[in-house]
Design a binder for this molecule. Structure first.
Ligand code: NAP
Length: 375
């Protein structure tokens, strides 16, 4: 059988380049004939993986229509502009997308196969054509709780997030490092002098953090992130939530295939912190029955191969359960599992995962393989 044609869009970006690396590692490009598109470098030399020597035009409906599968990490504006035009032209290929634009459309399926491979396969059989990666924080939370969720033991979840700069894009990651650099620059002399007055150092750093330092960069975050945090991610939605907080409930339940009567309430506060590319979340979980700690831990440990269970002990938690440890890894750290004083049916969980891998790129490439394997 001839190989299907895959159009890669947004492959130069942050999510796209992580995706391409993973696809190379897993041999995904060997299963398809790949064509690389660009919105800004049309006609320039394409990567070696490409069948065509030059980059195709990501705005050419004609070229895009020749693809059997389009995999895009280009962003929501691109999706909103191109996807409806292609479908209007009766293009019936498979659209795989990292952006949020189509996630909540009725005819789009959210992909996170360790949780919903049966649902994905059903949607493929039904003729669904749009398969979308979910929000990074949502995917990472569900991967951490896959076992207890599958067992139907969770009544509701409150998620307090500690989200990395990468979720806001490459420029923001650079700005975080530049903010750190500036703080080090202003405080260097006093911080390196063991006998210096700590309050003087603190006052100098505060000048930068509180807007009295014109060289402290805040163009992208609009606020200090290094040495501080930002308890607001994305735009406001109704009821005082941010869109990031809203996504947890709606996307989480859509991935799980829950109907209106079986919805699991999920809500919390999403906070940007000065981590580079791994998101963390502190979860307060209300169970349907009193906690059986041993059983709950077993459900987490045995849920899938990517869970890395960290015992609730000081040394190993300090060493491992952090963005620093899990960045660049496909493992999802899950720890701080303990009963809570709130009641017998509450459990505390802390989880960390790389938001560019399982949070963005990995569900997309795994869907591609699942789709190709089920042809
Ligand atoms: P990005 O890094 O800004 O890349 C998007 C596009 O910008 C590239 O494909 C490229 O397109 C163009 N570009 C312009 N200058 C560039 C440069 N110097 N280097 C690389 N690319 C450049 O976007 P992203 O953060 O990967 O996000 C893509 C989509 O994934 C968004 O919808 C986002 O919401 C979603 N998503 C992001 C994350 C995340 O953590 N960032 C997580 C989950 C989902 P051309 O080649 O056409 O010029």
């Amino acid at each position: 059988m001839a190989k299907l044609k895959l159009g890669m869009i947004g492959w130069r970006g942050m999510v796209g380049s992580v995706l391409v690396e993973r696809m190379k590692e897993e041999g995904d490009f060997e299963c398809v004939d790949s064509y690389f598109f660009s919105t800004s470098q049309v006609g320039e030399k394409a990567p070696e993986l490409s069948v065509s020597e030059t980059l195709k035009d990501a705005h050419s409906l004609e070229d895009l229509s020749e693809m059997d599968i389009i995999l895009t990490c280009q962003g929501g504006d691109y999706t909103n502009s191109i996807h409806p035009q292609l479908r209007e032209k009766s293009w019936s290929g498979i659209w795989i997308d990292a952006a949020s634009a189509l996630r909540m459309k009725d005819n789009a399926c959210l992909v996170l196969d360790p949780l919903n491979s049966d649902l994905i396969k059903e949607e493929i059989k039904k003729g669904t054509k749009d398969f979308i990666g979910a929000n990074c924080t949502v995917s990472l939370m569900l991967l951490a709780l896959a076992g207890p969720l599958r067992a139907g033991e969770i009544e509701w979840i409150s998620s307090m997030t500690y989200q990395a700069a990468s979720g806001a894009g490459a420029k923001n990651m650079k700005e975080l490092v530049n903010q750190m650099g500036r703080l080090h620059q202003v405080g260097k002399e006093l911080s390196e002098d063991g006998r210096s007055d700590i309050l003087k150092l603190d006052a100098l750093i505060n000048d930068s953090l509180q807007g009295r330092d014109s060289q402290f960069p805040t163009e992208n975050f609009k606020a200090p992130l290094a040495g501080s945090l930002i308890p607001w991610i994305d735009v406001p939605v109704e009821g005082g939530q941010t869109k990031e907080e809203w996504k947890a409930g709606v996307e989480g339940n859509k991935i799980l295939g829950n109907s209106k009567t079986s919805l699991i309430p999920i809500d919390g506060t999403c906070v940007r912190i000065g981590a580079m590319r791994s998101h963390s979340q502190a979860l307060t979980i209300k169970l349907k029955k009193p906690l059986d700690l041993e059983k709950f831990e077993k459900q987490i440990k045995e849920s899938h191969e990517w869970v890395d269970f960290v015992p609730n002990e000081r040394e190993i938690t300090t060493q491992k359960l952090s963005p620093a440890h899990y960045s660049g890894s496909l493992k999802i750290g899950v720890g701080r599992v303990r009963p809570m004083n709130l009641g017998k049916d509450f459990v505390n969980v802390f989880t960390v995962g790389d938001q560019l891998l399982w949070g963005a790129a990995e569900p997309l490439r795994r869907f591609l393989r699942l789709y190709l394997d089920n042809l």
